[in-house]
Design a protein around this ligand. Sequence first.
Ligand code: NAD
Length: 505
Amino acid sequence: MTDLTIIPAGKSLQEPVFEARHLINGTWQTSADGASFERQSPAHLVTVTHAAKGGVAETEAAIAAARAAFDDGRWSRLSGKERATVLLKVADLIERDLERIAMRDTLESGKPIDQARDEIAGAADLWRHAAALARTLSGDSHNTLGDDMLGVVLKEPVGVAALITPWNFPFLIVSQKLPYALAAGCTAVIKPSEMTPSSTVILGELLIEAGIPDGVVNIVLGYGDPVGTTMCESEHVDMVSFTGSTGVGKAIVRASAGTLKKVSLELGGKNPQVVFPDCDLDDAADAIVFGVYFNAGECCNSGSRIIVHEDVAEALTEKVVALSRKVAFGDPLDPKTKVGAIISEAHFAKIDSYVEAAREAGAEIPLGGGALEIPGLSGRFYGPTVVTNISSGMAIAREEVFGPVLSVLTFKSIEEAIELANDASYGLSAGVWSRDVSTCLAFARRVQAGTVWTNTWMDGYSELPFGGVKQSGLGRELGRYGLEEYLEVKTVTMRIGRSRAPWVE
Ligand code: NAD
């Protein structure tokens, strides 16, 4: 018996195996050598996807197609209105096919179906937002350089963009990149994670239906090496936009250095939430529980590091543990489920090793630690876990666990809280809980993070930029900054008339 909330397996899995192929220059292709790979549902441990496995040849063919499509202007020289028309059509098609896309993300990642539906709806909004930016994109003009001079700053597409995405939000993250790249006028080669290729393939189908010209968007399925590395090293790729782990982000910078291409990185986080005694503790506890268990904690924005004032630490921990028991863990295909399966056996072992190391180092574990049995499912589930009595030097307090595991640290003064919050190599997001706006603002201004939430956690909007500082990344996605990543600035300095003084006497 368990006092947790468990959703057992509902109806048996009926979905057919998805056949995923590369999209190269407008045609669907298998690999020349016939190589392929399979993906199992992490909740059911049955094969749900059979995918072509790309090599250097497929990647180079996709890059060549994107290069030719960029250079001949079939997309880059269209008007903003023409580009926006296609992006808006894609948004409509995403909404039409929402169920199909959500099902594939759920089957491959183990995330709950209702959450996947929300992500696909959010992705459609990103396509619409990017369409609006395509029509409002503008540069600058300078008419104060002297009577006979005019300076114009043009914004131009960077060129061919390689988009490399992770498994935790497959469709949402490709939609944080591709519509913005397309709005700017870039062409693209995409490599989805080998664990979650299908929804990106469906996106390719929708792009063709929406009328995207051949070669503008290409998709190569397969592994980081050789597909991702070939994209990074290629002299025909102008930019890499990557979302994934900090370790692979560093490898991408190294691989891109030979051609000095532009690199945009959205990496990991160890995101602190500082809880002051004057906050609404019930509100904070609910947001903390959401922040740590959402997507089974496999989330760059996981609010996995709580820094709570010692006066309320015990009360908050009790509330968090009590609420954790009410969170529905289980069958990802049941709409009541809030937390699904863990992505892979290896990742499950990594999560558990952090918890066990903390236990051995003297941490207390008032809740969880270890596997969760879900009746009727053979896959990997990790129980809701709260770890207390830890110090900031422990790995569990500093490194990205990427599982449903909360670390609780305590503080006495705001100075100590800010010091603890900034005591990490990451700087993705941070939160503060207090009824005092000056406390919130003081924290927001001094914490090293790309995003700060005050009295809330993980609210996201297409309009607001997102990205990290320190080792959480380079550049921003979303908002108008998300478009700027895919633009180069060109300065045109014009003399009006024939007023130039000769240089030669
Ligand atoms: P990962 O770094 O292992 O893989 C990401 C992608 O990179 C995959 O497509 C993978 O095949 C590819 N890849 C692997 N090695 C490569 C190489 N040498 N060259 C080029 N490409 C390579 O990450 P993951 O395990 O898929 O995702 C989890 C990580 O992503 C976590 O660290 C998480 O914090 C991070 N993440 C960050 C954000 C953000 O916006 N900051 C969002 C989601 C996930």
